[in-house]
Design a protein around this ligand. Sequence first.
Ligand code: NAP
Length: 284
Amino acid sequence: MDGKTLAEELKREIAARVKTIKERGLTPTLATVLVGDDTSSRTYVSGKRRDCEEVGIDFKLHKLSSSVTERELLGLIEKLNGDYKVHGIFVQLPLPKHINRKKVTASISPRKDVDGLHPYNVGKLWLGMYESENDLLPCTPKGIVKLLDRYNIELEGKLAVIINRSDLVGKPLAKLFLDRNATVVVCHSKTPELEKQTRTADVLVSAVGRRPSFVVSEKMVKKGAVVVDVGMNYVGGKLQGDVDFERVKEKASYIAPVPGGVGPMTRVMLLHNVLIATKLAEGA
Ligand code: NAP
């Protein structure tokens, strides 16, 4: 499954929508908060800037030192919440240990929460009070579902196994899969006999990121399964997924590779969420 090409197509659609919004005198704007000097975080943030610039979204970076207090960070978010020119707020994770990540997430206005992690948006997802085109859902699960849709992969009646239970990936994805009438098994580091679970999967999603100690081998995959690799591992400076791609691709009916699968979809879904946030602000 080619997430890169699909993401490029979606970016063109988003760019056209941004142009129309700008013609009405409004510039969709994403404020990104970067705390500290972590190299990967800096790389992710520059990627976001590039993506925004490509589609015409205004990108505003707020860089804070790693010694910033939680109070100061919350103060900045409060300011951004009140700034009518800012439509989306994104706080790059991880945050330094002295800052409570959940508190920071909960301080972002739910209408500007382009990561879809605010308790209000999470609640709407779990209560089924959401529409994918109008509500803020977490970018990676949203991107995965979009990718499966593009390949007409039906989830109804299928057994989906997700290896990940984080707030960012596994939990919201499980809910989106349930809403499409899949039967969902969520696995994690304490799941006994993981292979027994994964071998039953019609759709297998892996988001672990612990190579080389964790690899999805072809033994773990049922013949004909749809395999979605989300894991990001840097091995010898090279990006690799969780899945042993060369072997598993011979067994799977579809496979989303790393790089070029879920990564670009996640990035484009952030842009999509900025458009949703802009629409929410307009309706305010
Ligand atoms: P995380 O919070 O560390 O989650 C990792 C998950 O893997 C946890 O649920 C953990 O279980 C589970 N796990 C760890 N070791 C395991 C094992 N041996 N067997 C089975 N499960 C195991 O990380 P995350 O933020 O969700 O991200 C996960 C991976 O996806 C990372 O590589 C990240 O870079 C990647 N990712 C990619 C994208 C993208 O756009 N491509 C987006 C988001 C994340 P416990 O809960 O028990 O610890």
